[in-house]
Ligand binder design. Structure first.
Ligand SMILES: [Zn+2]
Ligand SMILES: [Zn+2]
Length: 124
C-alpha cells in the first residue's frame, strides 16, 4: 500500500515539474528518477486512476497520439516542438468566441494544436 502511494505521488510530481503534455514513456522516465521501481504497468494503472479522479487529463494529439497533462481550469492550447518533440502548454487563447462560426451556430469548444520550434530549438 505504502509503495503504491509513493508511486502515485511520484507521477503527480512529474506533472508538477513538467507543465506540458507527457507520453507514458516520458512519465515513466521522469518518475523513475523519483521512484526507481516504477514500471510501465504501474504508470498506466496510476494514470488511469488519476484521470478518473480528474487530476490528470488525457489529450488526443493529432500527430503524437495519446498524451497526458495536469488538469487545468483555464482554456489553453498546445505547441509541439519539432526539434525536441516536447508539447508545451500555451496559456490563454487568441480566438474570440464570436465571429468564428456563422450566425446561428453555437460554438461549444475548440482544440488547437500548434507546431514549430521552441525558443531553445530555434537557437535564440
Ligand atoms: Zn524544442
Ligand atoms: Zn482557444
Amino acid at each position: 500500500m505504502k509503495r503504491q502511494t509513493a508511486q502515485r505521488r511520484a507521477i503527480e510530481q512529474v506533472f508538477e515539474q513538467h507543465d506540458r503534455l507527457l507520453s507514458i514513456p516520458e512519465i515513466r522516465a521522469y518518475g523513475s528518477q523519483i521512484v526507481p521501481s516504477l514500471n510501465q504497468a504501474t504508470v498506466y494503472r496510476n494514470i488511469k486512476q488519476l484521470v478518473a479522479a480528474g487530476r490528470i487529463r488525457q489529450v488526443n494529439h493529432p500527430d503524437l497520439g495519446t498524451r497526458y497533462e495536469r488538469t487545468q481550469k483555464s482554456h489553453h492550447h498546445h505547441f509541439h516542438c519539432n526539434g525536441c518533440n516536447r508539447v508545451m502548454v500555451l496559456p490563454g487563447c487568441a480566438l474570440k468566441d464570436d465571429h468564428i462560426v456563422p450566425d446561428g451556430f453555437v460554438l461549444e469548444s475548440h482544440d488547437i494544436f500548434l507546431s514549430g520550434l521552441c525558443d531553445q530549438c530555434a537557437g535564440h
